[in-house]
Write a protein that binds this ligand. Sequence first.
Ligand code: C2E
Ligand code: CA
Ligand code: CA
Length: 726
Amino acid sequence: MCAIRQTIDEKVVLIAWGLVRRDDAMPQTILLLQDNASKAAIARELLAASSDGPFAVEWIRSCAAGVSRLKDRTKNGIAAILLDLFLPDAQELETFDRIFQASPDIPILVLSRLEHEEVAKQAVQRGAQDYLIDDRLDSSFLSKALRNMLERAANAEALFIEKERAQVTLNSIGDAVISTDVAGSVTYLNHVAEVMTGWPSAEALGRPFSDVFRIIDSANPEHAVNPMTMAMQQNKTVGLTAGCSLIRRDGFKSAIEDSAAPIHDRRGQVTGAVIVFHDVTEARAMSQRMSYLANHDYLTDLPNRLLLNDRLSQAMASARRHQHQLAVLFVDVDRFKHVNDSLGHVIGDQLLLSIAGRLVASVRGSDTVSRQGGDEFVILLSTIAQAEDAALSANKILIALGMPHQVKEHVLQITVSMGIGIYPDDGIDAETLVKNADIAMLHAKDNGRSNYQFFKPDMNEHALERQSLESGLRHALDRREFVLYYQPKMNLETEAITGAEALIRWRQPGQGIVLPEKFIPIAEQCGYIVPIGRWVLREACRQAQRWLDADLAPIPVAINISAVELRSKDFVPGVRAVLQETGLDAQYLEFELTETALMQDPTSTIAVLRALKDMGAQLTLDDFGTGYSSLSYLKRFPIDALKIDKSFVRGLCTDAGDANIVSAVINMGKSFRLRVIAEGVETREQFLALQAQHCTEGQGYYFQEPLAATEFAKLLGSDLSATVVA
Ligand code: C2E
Ligand code: CA
Ligand code: CA
């Protein structure tokens, strides 16, 4: 705005300023047209003696000679003409007209006798500057008159030049300029103003300013103030209210920005006003676009975090006023990373678009669906009567998103996990409410995904603990805080050690030993599991090789592989590299995989399992009975052993159902010629029951709790009956 004001002030000055000083040192040539020699001599004398000069006088006696002298461009320029209207070849006004026509720019001072004063006056009306009665001439009188006339002419010329300069300037600047008189009639428009208002100067001049300059204020369409009136009333430069649009004569609208300033006369009185404005349609559109971009997600075009926070705060204020509730749904796509990793980002993006579309279709128009980034969406249900309404919406979303998504040639099936936060119970500010919905969403994930959870206050504690685990995990590898424990697997008939399962422990400083159940799921979600798994693999292989080198019983070591690791591209090459690095023969390496891990992408999993088998390693299906337990898959996967989940072993002697499952699994193993290992054997009773059913192996506290490597070595050393399973 400042810059605009400055240009206005300059322009006002430019218009008002018209005087330039002349260089007075050079004599000015005066053309004296006079046929009377004595009068001519007097005039020349008077001028020569004058202190207003210096003047150089050229004396010519006839009108014709005067005209030709004036037209003669080879001679010095004439500054002024002293003209007697009665010459031998021309009389009265004819004389004047001929001389004036020959050179209309040169000021003429008529010398007249008293009886011809009337003619002299007519000459003045036709363009002479003034007249003098020649028989009353005296030195100062004549030269003063001449000097005044010359100065007037110079001033007029300077003013003309300045006006011309102002005109050219005003027509060549990009801004539109209009000025008015104090009554508000247009006195001037530059070219840009003509174009922008649609009013040619000729039509606009003299009209009321508000006819030519019609504006509307987007904030207040009824009433847009006239900036010129304001500038004159307040006698200061005023800026137009933001968001003004100019209506061109033909109705076309353009956004403008302007300021108006009063014009003063020499005494400081306001004589009018000038307004300078320019088209900001593009700039305004650009700024609108920028603010749109800042508030929306580039991919889905949904409101982003910023805009959601805004709307949420507004909705909260309204809920407070009207005493109702609102809900925030935090939606996270389950295993979205898998889609991105396996099908690429382009497909991932398309899937997100499809999800966004369905989310929007699942809620009311007054609700807000926003994308927080990645595969996270937050939905604001701005008015709900009761918390159950949010559950209804959540269910609707689960169903809508569960339908297959057609993305290019792929048909993708996804699920989402959702957390719900209710205002005011779960947070009275936007940030807290969204954070708590997020926490509830994590619980939904832990709860097996594809479901929703309402936030509960105790989730917070859990979330804090999780946060501390997550940040601790980030450095746990570097800080060598992990350690492997080993638990033996026993031959149930001979009670010899048949193998060892490596179980990871985290010695978190100040927290003691953290069990894997607590941190493995987090490591999986944060992507730390891959490097951690690689460490487990290397550490277990190194340990197994050390035991072999120490001539202890040659048994395989089993490591647990999570689904995330199995899907990572480098898994098989990584195993190969570690075997090579540690020198361990693959027959001493066993992998425990859960059914759920295998079922996530059976086709590619089979290839991975094949590669591991081809290396010579063994494969065990862990936690058997808790997942799909599909016979057809059992046949397709190249596995060596089944591990009966400890939940069934626990109920083996007390629960008929569990007992049935255990014997079914044992029989299934036998018919597929697989080893069957019962895990979680805690009592002698369980041991005997398993033995009676000819379960091949067992593992559990009844035999041995997981031990540190050195302890386990002692166990191996003392176990002379240890056998190797081929
Ligand atoms: P899992 O593979 O089913 O491992 C067996 C779990 O049962 C171990 O718990 C073990 O200490 C425990 N256990 C052994 N005997 C008994 C018993 O008689 N009764 C009962 N109730 N439990 C017994 P742990 O070490 O806490 O490991 C828990 C889970 O963490 C494991 O379940 C496995 O899924 C995962 N895990 C452990 N280490 C690793 C690892 O290095 N990598 C990966 N990805 N997962 C691991
Ligand atoms: Ca296991
Ligand atoms: Ca298990």
